[in-house]
Each structure stands twice: as structure tokens, then as C-alpha cells.
Design a protein around this ligand. Structure first.
Ligand code: PEP
Ligand code: MG
Length: 605
């Protein structure tokens, strides 16, 4: 379990009822710690307590915040009246009157003094109390007024906190769970696991890039919880269960104890598995599988090696760009790639060119304008082909690094052969350029493509004649096959790796790769999920790439099964008509093969 800091002083825990919320498990692990709420409007409340002598100053801040919020609501009311009509003006001028209500000021002042807390917390707690009471008037039109109360709460808080919404976890000193409406992949990548032992969000789905980053950083996380921040605002302590997709606010003592025991069992189990890292990933009847690690940051190579990866099957280089003020130069990129190649000590690495766009750029075009359908827009290789000022330096850096070890170059989101040929042509040009400049260049480093668009899977037999290897990106392949946004919690139930349509596309890729003697690796989330290991082996996959911490568990599954059973299972799965039927089949087979749950008494094979 992630470290926890002492519980904040304040309302005693016993006074607050425990709440269990169910969401989508996006990054495994368990954490128990105090929480910080990041408001849907991007605001984050500062620490709650103030020094004993600071009450008067806090009252003054409160007054200034209320005044500014009142004036602003009044102004917006007048503007809305001109633009939209009097009924909208009435709503906002009513907000202005609610903010000016002396009861609010009096109650907040009292709380600041009695509990010695900051004005932000006093306002949030007083208004949350009003909203909760209004909600209890079920059926009454007054219940709908709770939303207005929460709206003015956001307005007052934004004034108290200043104009600039704070970053997610800047200035957290003790380990604190972040509760937020949503986190972008970039925000998640900026989290320090020592300071943020877990996070939970109202929005988000299973295979989002935020999920991938959380797993890479080994930060337990739950997404897609739906609106819960208002209920969490006064919570002192929470548990995030990233295995079961649960968030428990204000857990009672028996629940805390249960989770402490679960976390201890979990960590003992991982220690046992870690000791098996050097055993081959081979089925009981001798079929060898190659296991690779997925990385987003150079530092993850160590985890790959620790867990016995044969190499890096996917280096998502976009995180070098997402966390930088400006795109890293050729030399800066070369230094990173060279460092990773060196750290792998001769093991192979597949480095993917920039896969920006969609949820990794929040739908912005390079000129800053928004795209209506970013997942179908100018993303990934399409963007690189358009922006040669970004693509060429990256290819130069990759080609230079390819002389230092077993580097393979991977193009993301290839939809057509034409697109692959265009990318390949740029690579050849860049190689020529480097040669002319006198750089030593490896003659022909392997070049592969991500198969993550149905069109590419359907055309795999033609693509296989020109590419050196396939990486099946199931995260996007599922999204595009089923037309389900991988980041959208409202359609998360429709997003399934078990869908027979997805399996049929994988079969096409495996068949094409076999026919042309090239490798097909599954590197999407599905490749690191034990539920699918038998199925993928049975479908003919012999290379899996996954977040490094998944390697031990997948190795355990492979070592406990027979290839012929996996093949029979895959054949049966392909006969099914629905995702549910496939999932039930896989679950039953996994239970039959491993009657003991992970962490049970059995020693791994
Ligand atoms: C995938 O789509 O499965 C994949 C591995 O790429 P990413 O998750 O980075 O889109
Ligand atoms: Mg992808």
C-alpha cells in the first residue's frame, strides 16, 4: 500500500459516514491517505488549517472573496440580460443576491473561527451544507436549487484562490490522494508518486492515456466515478482500490484494517512473483512466449529489467513532448534514446514515433484551434507527416541511436499502405541526409507499424509485405472497431477487448504475419491482462508487451497453461456471437486453470 500521512485534524472521522463509490479500475494498487479535491473548474483547495492568530486575516479574505464574487455575478447577470434575455439575467442576479446574503457570511465566519480553517474550506463546507439540505427536499422545486448553490460556491472559490487554477499536486508536502473531475495525460505524467499515492476522477475510461500514465508511474487510480466531488469536499481520508475500481471516502476503522491487510498480502504476492523473473515464459507443453515492457519514461527501463522483460516492446515517445515547454531538439531526443538503449544492455527496443493528438492533445490543432473529432483527426503519424519540423528531427535522433543497439522504429496509427510508404520515404530521406553529413547509420533498422485501425488489420496481408513487424495496439483497435471512445466513462461498458469483431481482426493480423514471416506483438492493454493471455496465445500471438509491473503475473499465467488448451479456447471464443459470451468463456477457463486467486496459498509455477 502507498504510504499514508497522518489524518488531517478537523471533524472527527467517526462523525462522517463512510461512502463507497464504484468506478472503473484504471491502474492497480491500493492507497490509503488524506485527500485533496481538485474542483471541476480546475480549482484545488489549499490545506485546511490556519494558525491560531490568523482568524481576522482570514475573515478579511472571506469578505473580499464574497464581494468580488457578488460583483462578478451581478456583472454577468447584466451581460446575460443583454445577450440572452431577462430570464438568464434573473438567474445570475439571484446568484449575486445569494452571495451577498448575510447568513452565508456569518456562517462562514463562524466556521473559520471555531475550526481555525481557511476561508475556502469554510465557504465550501457552509454551501455544501445548504446544497445537501436543499437536495433532501426531494420532489420540491427547491431541490434543483442545489445546483445554483454549487455554482456560486465555484465562483466564490475561484476568487478566494486567485485567478490561476493551481496545478494538480504542486506544493503537496505529505502523501495525498488527488480527487478530480478529470486529469489529462500530461497532468498525470507530472504527478510524483511519492506525493500522490493515488488519484480518482469523475470522468475517464479504462484505456485512456491517463490510465496508461498512471500504470506507468504505478499510481493506483480509479476513473469514471461520475459526479462525486461535491460529496468528497469535506472528506479527510480515503482509500483508492485500483484493483476493484473502488473509492472509499472516510473509511471506518474495520475497512481501513481490511485494506491494510489486503495491501500487505498483495505486496507479499508481488515479492514472490518478482523472484520468478528469470524463469522463461513458457507453457507447460513447451511453447515459448516473448515478454516485453511498455515504457513512457526512460526511468521505466529499470522496472522492465527487474521484471525480466526481454526488451522494450513499446516506447511511447510522446511523453517527451507533452512534458516539455517546446518540442525537444534532435540532440535532446538522441540523448534520451541513447540512454534507454544503453540501459537495456543489448536488449532490443521498439521506439514509436510521436503519437500526439486525440486525448494526448485535448483536440487542439497545431495552430491552437479545436478539432470536432480529435480521435479521427490530425493525430499520430498524420500529424508527423504534416509537421516535418517535428518528424524529421525525431527520425534523425532515432536513426543515430539505432547504431548503439537493437533499435526498431515504429509508426503509430497507420491506416493505409500509402501512409506507411510516405513515412518510410521520409525516413529514407533522413537516413540519406545523415549519411551525407558523415553520421554512421545502421543500414536498415527494422521498421514496423502499429495495427490499431481496422483498415490496417483488414489490409495486413499487403502491409506485411513491406513492414518488418506489427504491433497490435488493441486500445485504439477496440475504440475504432466498436466506435467507442476509450476515454469516455459514459460508454465504458461498450468498450471490450472480448468483442468477437476485435478477435477477428487480430486473427487477420496473425495470419498475415505468419504468411510473411514477421513478428506480431500485442502491445495494447489487452496484452497485459491475464484474462486474455490464454486467448492471445491460442490465436497465435507469441509476443506480448505490457506495463512492466504486469510482467510477473502474465508470466505466471503462461507457465501454468498448455498451448493446446489455449488453442481450443481461442477456437471456441471465435465461435461466440457477443463480447459477453467470450468474456464468460475466458473467465471460466481462467478460474479452471487457476482455482487459487492471485495471492492465494499456491506458489507460482
Ligand atoms: C494502443 O492503441 O493499443 C497502443 C498501444 O497505443 P496507445 O495506447 O499509446 O494509443
Ligand atoms: Mg494507440
Amino acid at each position: 500500500m502507498r504510504p499514508s500521512a497522518p489524518v488531517n485534524p478537523g471533524t472527527p472521522l467517526a462523525a462522517r459516514p463512510m461512502q463507497v463509490l464504484r468506478g472503473i479500475a484504471i491502474s492497480p494498487g491500493i492507497a490509503l491517505a488524506p485527500v485533496v479535491v481538485r474542483d471541476p473548474r480546475g480549482l484545488r483547495l489549499p490545506p485546511r488549517s490556519i494558525a491560531a492568530g490568523a482568524v481576522a486575516a482570514e475573515w478579511e479574505r472571506l469578505d473580499r472573496g464574497l464581494e468580488a464574487a457578488r460583483d462578478e455575478a451581478g456583472r454577468h447577470g447584466a451581460e446575460a440580460g443583454t445577450r440572452l434575455g431577462p430570464q438568464y439575467a434573473d438567474i445570475l442576479t439571484a446568484h449575486s443576491r445569494m452571495i451577498a446574503d448575510p447568513t452565508l457570511r456569518r456562517d462562514a465566519r463562524r466556521l473559520i473561527e471555531q475550526e481555525q480553517i481557511r476561508a475556502e474550506h469554510a465557504v465550501a463546507e457552509v454551501l455544501e451544507g445548504y446544497a445537501a439540505r436543499l437536495e433532501q427536499l426531494a420532489g420540491s422545486h427547491l431541490a434543483a436549487r442545489a445546483a445554483d448553490v454549487r455554482d456560486i460556491q465555484g465562483r466564490i472559490l475561484s476568487h478566494l484562490l486567485g485567478e490561476r487554477p493551481e496545478m494538480v499536486a504542486e506544493d503537496l508536502t505529505a502523501p495525498t490522494i488527488v480527487l478530480a473531475h478529470d486529469l489529462t495525460p500530461r497532468e498525470a505524467a507530472g504527478l510524483d508518486p511519492q506525493r500522490v499515492p493515488a488519484f480518482a476522477t469523475e470522468a475517464g475510461g479504462r484505456a485512456s492515456h491517463t490510465a496508461i500514465v498512471a500504470a506507468a508511474l504505478e499510481i493506483p487510480a480509479v476513473a469514471g466515478l461520475g459526479p462525486f466531488l461535491d460529496r468528497a469536499r469535506q472528506c479527510r481520508l480515503a482509500i483508492v482500490d485500483g484493483d476493484q475500481g473502488l473509492v472509499i471516502l472516510d473509511p471506518d476503522e474495520p475497512t481501513q484494517e481490511h485494506y491494510r491487510r489486503t495491501a500487505a498480502r498483495r505486496s507479499a504476492w508481488f515479492q514472490v512473483l518478482a523472484r520468478q523473473a528469470d524463469r522463461p515464459a513458457e507453457t507447460l507443453d513447451g511453447c515459448r512466449v516473448e515478454l516485453w515492457g511498455n515504457i513512457e519514461f526512460g526511468g521505466e527501463v529499470e522496472a522492465c529489467l527487474q521484471h525480466g522483460a526481454a526488451g522494450v516492446g513499446l516506447f511511447r515517445t510522446e511523453f517527451l513532448f507533452l512534458n516539455a515547454e517546446s518540442p525537444p531538439s534532435e540532440d535532446e531526443q538522441f540523448a534520451v534514446y541513447a540512454g534507454v538503449v544503453h540501459a537495456l544492455g543489448g536488449r532490443p527496443i521498439t521506439i514509436r514515433t510521436l503519437d500526439l493528438g486525440s486525448d494526448k492533445l485535448a483536440g487542439m490543432r497545431p495552430d491552437g484551434s479545436a478539432e470536432a473529432n480529435p480521435a479521427l483527426g490530425l493525430r499520430s503519424l498524420r500529424l508527423s507527416l504534416r509537421e516535418s519540423g517535428i518528424f524529421r528531427p525525431q527520425l534523425r535522433a532515432l536513426l543515430r541511436a539505432s547504431t548503439l543497439g537493437e533499435v526498431r522504429i515504429l509508426f503509430p496509427l497507420v491506416s493505409t499502405l500509402t501512409e506507411f510508404r510516405a513515412a518510410r520515404a521520409v525516413l529514407d530521406e533522413v537516413a540519406e541526409e545523415l549519411r551525407a553529413e558523415g553520421h554512421p547509420i545502421r543500414k536498415r533498422p527494422p521498421v514496423g507499424i502499429m495495427v490499431e485501425v481496422p483498415a490496417a488489420a483488414l489490409m495486413a496481408d499487403h502491409l506485411a509485405k513491406e513492414v518488418d513487424f506489427f504491433c497490435i495496439g488493441t486500445n485504439d483497435l477496440i475504440q475504432y472497431t466498436l466506435a467507442v471512445d476509450r476515454t469516455n466513462e459514459t460508454v465504458a461498458e461498450l468498450y471490450s477487448a472480448s468483442d468477437p469483431a476485435v478477435l477477428r481482426l487480430i486473427v487477420l493480423v496473425v495470419e498475415a504475419s505468419r504468411k510473411h514471416g514477421i513478428e506480431a506483438t500485442v502491445c495494447g492493454t489487452m496484452g497485459g491482462e491475464p484474462l486474455y493471455t490464454m486467448l492471445l496465445l491460442g490465436l497465435g500471438i507469441r509476443h506480448l508487451s505490457m506495463p512492466p509491473h504486469q510482467l510477473p503475473e502474465i508470466r505466471r499465467v503462461i507457465r501454468g497453461i498448455r498451448l493446446e488448451t489455449a488453442q481450443a479456447l481461442a477456437a471456441e471464443a471465435l465461435r461466440q456471437e457477443t463480447a459477453r459470451a467470450v468474456a464468460e468463456l475466458l473467465e471460466a477457463e481462467l478460474r479452471r486453470a487457476f482455482p487459487e486467486p492471485p495471492g492465494g496459498s499456491a506458489d507460482p509455477a
